[in-house]
Design a protein. Structure first.
Length: 318
């Protein structure tokens, strides 16, 4: 590297040093701008008022993949489907006004998420004391319009075969396929937003369980991979609108409220406090009512004066 030489007999004055320092400072600033991390540059741009996309960590194919919770919407019962046995059915075959239904949207050739979701669901179903086809039903519709009934049947066998504690699972869990317009209609009703990734030949989609009343009204969602059996039961009892579970289950549901932030049912503090207060009053009444009834049934007991008190009064009068 060539070195800078000062001409002979030329003193290195302050002006020359200032020029060198200024050049070095400009070089350092240039390197800092071009070598700075992208986040730092973005932050500087924001401070200067520039429009910057700060969501660069989310790949484009994953944007918009979510569930809009359409609580209160009603699933049409006339949507045509084809079940895993190749029979032409409609959504009303499952959502028929008798039992609450869990609705899921998946597809058999999903590389990972669908398998994880349905495996977790079967684990919870095996621990659930409610029974498929007796207390509730499940409808799984493929979001792949090219999926065949035979492929859907293979998927159904895979999951039904592990439901050892659900003897009527084959009758209570319907796997179905549909044409694209029907899939779109059902997905839009459920608020299920997904997208086909042509590059990877797969569907990008969220995990979702939708709990539907016997009449087809969406009452609750579960958007997590794991579905604890106690949460599953509360959601089914709520969707059943009094037709599922016993009086104890209804009472437990009354003591809980749904927390959308945690996506689960949590104890309702105010209701529990009221319940404890009522219980305390009940205990007091149970203890005091027999005493009051006994006093009322024996009027002389209230007017009866102890004998030694009466004798003392007589002595004072004398």
């Amino acid at each position: 590297m060539p070195t800078l030489k000062t001409p002979p007999n030329t003193p290195v004055g302050s002006s020359h040093l200032e020029t060198v320092r200024l050049a070095a400072a400009i070089a350092l600033m240039f390197a800092a701008v071009h070598c700075a991390p992208r986040d730092t540059v973005a932050q500087d741009a924001v401070r200067l008022g520039s429009k910057v996309d700060l969501n660069e960590g989310l790949p484009p194919e994953a944007r918009g993949i979510t569930v809009v919770q359409n609580l209160g919407e009603t699933i049409p019962t006339n949507l045509p489907l084809t079940d895993s046995d190749g029979r032409a059915i409609k959504t009303g075959y499952v959502i028929n006004g008798n039992l609450p239904t869990i609705v899921t949207l998946n597809y058999s050739d999903c590389p990972m998420l669908c398998s994880v979701q349905l495996n977790k669901l079967t684990e919870s179903l095996n621990q659930l004391d409610l029974q498929l086809n007796k207390d509730f039903r499940i409808l799984t519709v493929s979001i792949d319009p090219k999926e065949t009934s035979r492929r859907a049947a293979e998927t159904k066998d895979k999951y039904v075969s592990v439901l050892s504690n659900q003897p009527a699972a084959a009758q209570g869990w319907t796997f179905a396929t549909a044409k694209q317009p029907i899939i779109t209609k059902l997905a839009d009703t459920l608020g299920f937003q997904y997208r086909y990734d042509a590059a990877n030949k797969q569907y990008n989609h969220p995990a979702m369980l939708a709990f539907v009343s016997p009449e087809g009204v969406i009452t609750r969602y579960s958007l997590s991979i794991d579905f604890p059996p106690e949460q599953l039961k509360l959601a089914l009892v709520e969707a059943g609108e009094g037709t599922v579970g016993n009086a104890v289950d209804q009472f437990i549901l009354w003591c809980y409220s749904y927390d959308p932030d945690s996506n689960s049912y949590t104890p309702h503090a105010w209701r529990i406090m009221r319940l404890c207060g009522l219980g305390f009053i009940g205990v007091l009444l149970t203890a005091l009512v027999p005493y009051w009834v006994g006093r009322k049934g024996n009027p002389q007991a209230a007017d009866e004066t102890p004998r030694h008190v009466s004798d003392n009064r007589d002595n004072r009068n004398e």
